[in-house]
Every structure is written in structure tokens, then in C-alpha cells.
Design a protein around this ligand. Structure first.
Ligand SMILES: O=C(O)c1ccccc1NCC(=O)[C@H](O)[C@H](O)COP(=O)(O)O
Length: 261
């Protein structure tokens, strides 16, 4: 079993438990459920920098990154830096995140928030909406085409943007459909953890123009973004590079200022 299989096996148990504790009807009655979600895809299309900054305490590939920060401070710092949106990891076991992190970030900022999660069930989409997310992530490596279609259509019905993540040509071909807003290419192979920006370069020409292209993982310099922009990428998801510092907001500000020069 690789790490992705383990995460998904644990996630199935977790979702079953959550469903038995909080019914969908209760999530649908939450205050945030009626809130209109701003679109991350629109923000990225309008932006010249395209940064999506992540809140990530730890990860299977890097172990602990930063466990001493307050998610609200991180969110405000990122928004002040002028990022287009924030990704909030909500998985607890492998990333040290939670739905409360999402809720706290939502209470602090207006920018689009991505629920970064291993989504396998429509229940998690309702949770995402109820806890203040504007965007959800679907990972092609863990879903069939039919599941991607059902989940993305439900997410669109809830007013959420959909970021579909792929790592190779096969995943991309099975995933392309109109109910997606953004196509993310993960430079990290989630089964081996090997990172290469060549993944973004090689898959870019296979992504139809109607989708916003997002390059994810392993981005640690402005030079990397400058190198990826000619391939049509308008979004850049950055986690560890900001979160490993004492002040991720200040790091994002410095990064964006350099990018604008
Ligand atoms: O980051 C990991 O180790 C990881 C392992 C298994 C599944 C997913 C994983 N990461 C999720 C992400 O996609 C990244 O957090 C995100 O793209 C930011 O990456 P980075 O800038 O390299 O922190």
C-alpha cells in the first residue's frame, strides 16, 4: 500500500464516522451555507502573480513544517500579501489540519479559500461549504471519471469552484469535463514524493485553454514561476516555502514583490 492508498483508506473511515455524528441537514443549516463564494478561477485570471498560498503544518513527505503558528494570523498575512487565494489543509492525521482551521481562516479573510482535502464523498463537499470554503480539490489519482463527474457537478451546484489535480497524462485524459474550473498539475508524485517542475511543463499543452492552469508543489523561487508562465500557468500553489518561515505572510509579501519586479 502506498501513502495515497493509506490516506484514502483512513479517509473512508473518517468520513463514515463524521457522517454518523453530523447529518447533512445540520451542515446545510449552518450560517455559512448560504454565503456566496468568490471564484478563485476568476481571481487567477485577473491576476499577474497568481499565488495560492497554503496553510500546511506537516506532511507525509516533509514531516513537521511549522506547528507553532496561528491559522488566523497566517490567513491575514497571506491576504495582506495580495495572494489570490488560500489553501487550507483540513486532513488531521497526515497534515495536522482540521475543519476548524478552515472556519478560523474564513472568519479572518475575504479571499477565496480552498479546502485542501482527499475528497471521496459528496458529504465532504457539503462540509466544505458549511465551513466556509469557496473551492474544493479533486485528486484524479484517487477517483474514477464517474466519481470526478458526480463530485464536480455537486460542487458546482453548491456554488463552489473545482480544482482538479493530475500528475500524468492518463489522469488528465480521464478527467477533462466541463464541470471543472481549474486544472492543477501536481509536481509532486503523491506515491513516491519525487518533485519535478517538468511535470507541469510536459502536461501544459494537453490542458484545454478554457481551464485555468495551476502548477502545484515544490515551488520555492520566483524563478520557478517565471519559468512556468510561458507554459500558460496562471496559478501557483505554494505551501512549504512560506510555511517553513516564522511569518508566512511576510514571506509571501517578499515573494510577490519580487515577482512583480
Ligand atoms: O506534501 C505532501 O507530502 C503530500 C503527500 C501526499 C499527498 C499530498 C501531499 N501534499 C499536498 C499538496 O499537494 C501540497 O501541500 C501543495 O501542493 C503544496 O506543496 P508544497 O509547496 O511543496 O508544500
Amino acid at each position: 500500500m502506498n501513502i495515497l492508498d493509506k490516506i484514502v483508506a483512513d479517509k473512508r473511515k473518517e468520513v463514515d464516522l463524521r457522517k454518523s455524528i453530523i447529518p447533512v441537514s445540520q451542515l446545510e443549516n449552518s450560517v455559512l451555507f448560504e454565503r456566496e463564494s468568490p471564484s478563485l478561477a476568476t481571481a487567477l485570471r485577473k491576476s499577474t502573480t497568481g499565488i495560492i498560498a497554503e496553510h500546511k503544518r506537516r506532511s507525509p513527505s516533509k514531516s513537521v513544517i511549522n506547528q507553532s503558528l496561528n491559522v488566523q494570523d497566517v490567513a491575514k498575512g497571506y491576504e495582506d500579501a495580495g495572494v489570490c487565494g488560500m489553501s487550507v489543509l483540513t486532513d488531521g492525521k497526515y497534515f495536522g489540519g482540521s475543519l476548524d482551521d478552515l472556519l478560523l481562516a474564513r472568519a479572518s479573510v475575504q479571499m477565496p479559500l480552498l479546502r485542501k482535502e482527499f475528497i471521496i464523498d459528496e458529504y465532504q463537499l457539503v462540509e466544505a461549504k458549511a465551513y466556509g470554503a469557496d473551492v474544493i480539490l479533486l485528486i484524479a489519482a484517487i477517483l474514477t471519471r464517474e466519481e470526478i463527474k458526480a463530485l464536480s457537478e455537486t460542487a458546482k451546484g453548491l456554488g463552489l469552484d473545482v480544482l482538479l489535480e493530475v500528475h500524468n497524462e492518463e489522469e488528465l485524459h480521464k478527467s477533462i469535463m466541463p464541470s471543472l474550473d481549474m486544472l492543477g498539475v501536481n509536481n509532486r508524485n503523491l506515491k513516491t514524493f519525487k518533485v519535478s517542475l517538468d511535470t507541469s511543463r510536459s502536461l501544459s499543452e494537453l490542458i484545454p485553454d478554457e481551464f485555468v492552469k495551476v502548477s502545484e508543489s515544490g515551488i520555492s523561487s520566483v524563478a520557478a514561476i517565471t519559468a512556468l508562465k510561458p507554459y500558460g500557468y496562471q496559478g501557483f500553489l505554494i505551501g512549504e516555502n512560506f510555511m517553513k518561515t516564522d511569518n508566512p505572510g511576510e514571506s509571501a509579501t517578499a515573494f510577490i514583490n519580487e515577482l512583480k519586479q
